[in-house]
Design a binder for this molecule. Structure first.
Ligand SMILES: [Zn+2]
Length: 176
């Protein structure tokens, strides 16, 4: 019986969730699945060069746990590169950090940015400079999406009933 794992904080979900070697039909490929928390360790430590201690704190895990997650992530990347396997990124016991939402006044494009990245310079769609933040005050108290309620557990995956976190924090039905 595995012990329930606490939510690991990630700053954003991956934009691309599937990589495959070129020229090899999907049905003949082995697929390696990387969880979103594993993906986040690669982002923080390998891409942004954070020390494991700081990266672990950002994800709300111990340094040992962080080390274990990134080791697993590295092994999976190696398996794909060397074994020519496809890589899929999904799942994991994660909580996505609060995002700021912006809306373009020119083209109505809506997009999100993490906190602490400064005000965006332009609309990523039309490159216009007139946009506004639409979630003012939404950064505090996530309402029904707080704590474990915002875990991005794969709803598609069956057989994940009986989740202890879900039963201890019943989702309030809010008509927002
Ligand atoms: Zn725009």
């Amino acid at each position: 019986m595995p012990r329930p794992v606490g939510c690991r904080k990630v700053s954003a979900l991956p934009n691309v969730t599937y990589f495959k070697p070129r020229g090899i039909p999907l049905r003949t490929l082995d697929v390696v699945t990387m969880s979103v928390d594993e993906f986040e360790t690669v982002r923080l430590a390998d891409l942004h060069g954070l020390y494991q201690e700081e990266a672990a704190a950002r994800m709300n895990v111990s340094r040992q746990t962080f080390g274990r997650i990134i080791e697993s992530a590295h092994r999976k990347v190696a398996e794909c590169l060397i074994g020519g396997k496809a890589l899929e990124i999904q799942g994991g016991n994660i909580m996505v950090e609060a995002q700021r939402t912006f809306e373009c006044l020119s083209c109505d494009h809506v997009w999100q940015e993490a906190f602490g990245t400064g005000r965006p310079k332009e609309c990523p769609s039309c490159h216009g400079a007139s946009f506004r933040r639409t979630d003012s005050g939404a950064g505090r108290g996530h309402g029904g999406r707080g704590a474990c309620g915002s875990c991005q557990r794969r709803r598609r995956a069956p057989g994940r009933q009986g989740d202890p976190a879900a039963s201890s924090a019943p989702e309030p039905s809010r008509g927002v």
